[in-house]
Ligand binder design. Structure first.
Ligand code: DGL
Length: 265
């Protein structure tokens, strides 16, 4: 039995979609979440900078006694996961791209997979590489959807405006792919808007698949907390942006308690 927390990080509060999935799957695990709200967004930053931020945050979570690190941010996974795995060999580190790719391959009926994400994630080709490594016969179409993040952060997850934006980005996927990876922390909140356009296309929610992967990894490394007590959640952020509480509710589905502001990070 290991009651140390799971460390989760993201560029901001979007990674709380992963925390929500983890809490549902592993209710007795404690979680330390780091949201880099002062330096958000990562989706338009350089690889070097995202690597540097990700290393700094991983060190912080290890100091908080994290037994595993979950990189909830697709952009940080795409740009920094390999570096983190090389630099921090003593703690298991998982990202969202491997589990999302595996799930997509297992669901695709015709071997045609679509990927949507931030500009950085799509430009990195991390999903393509991961999918092709597993099955080189799969065809992949990728598209950056940069307007989705600000819409979700505005709470505009339904209505005419987001429907138009979704149509603009996603119409070209129709009849071309049978499975679509929602490769960004924010996109699970747009599932109903997206599915109105993509219709029969199977949507892969990277938040819930990474929770399942974290469970497997904890089991494999014998790190599961077998206790019966409900786990705690502590959230560390680098800034308290406007509408913080509202955003926390959007992503976590409940009020953020045990909040710590890191002014000097
Ligand atoms: N968390 C980022 C991701 O999943 C989206 C927000 C950002 O650009 O930082 O790619």
């Amino acid at each position: 039995m290991d009651n140390r927390p799971i460390g989760v990080f993201d560029s901001g509060l979007g990674g709380l979609t992963v925390v929500k999935a983890l809490k549902e799957l592993l209710p007795n695990e404690s979680i330390v979440y780091f949201g880099d709200t002062a330096r958000l967004p990562y989706g338009i930053k350089s690889k070097d900078l995202v690597e540097q931020y990700s290393k700094q945050i991983t060190k912080f979570l290890i100091k908080k006694d994290a037994k595993i690190i979950v990189v909830a941010c697709n952009t940080a996974t795409a740009m920094a996961l390999n570096r983190l795995k090389k630099d921090f060999k003593n703690v298991p580190i998982i990202g969202v791209i491997e589990p999302g790719s595996k799930q997509a391959i297992s669901k695709t009926s015709r071997g045609k997979i679509g990927v949507i994400g931030t500009i950085a994630t799509i430009k990195s080709k991390a999903y393509e590489i991961s999918i092709k490594n597993k099955d080189k016969n799969v065809d992949i179409i990728s598209k950056a959807c940069p307007l989705f993040v600000p819409f979700v952060e505005e709470g505009l997850t339904n209505g005419d405006a987001i429907n138009q934006v979704a149509k603009h980005y996603l119409s070209s996927f129709k009849n071309k792919v049978d499975t679509l990876i929602l490769g960004c922390t924010h996109y699970p909140l747009l599932k109903s808007v997206i599915s109105k356009i993509t219709k029969q296309i199977t949507l892969i929610d990277s938040a819930s698949v990474v929770a399942t992967d974290a469970h497997k990894k904890l089991q494999y490394h014998k790190l599961l907390n077998q206790g019966v007590q409900k786990g705690t959640l502590h959230c560390y952020v680098t800034d308290l942006p406007m509408r913080f509480e509202e955003l926390g509710n959007i992503f976590l589905g409940e009020e953020i308690k045990n909040l710590h502001l890191l002014n000097d990070f």
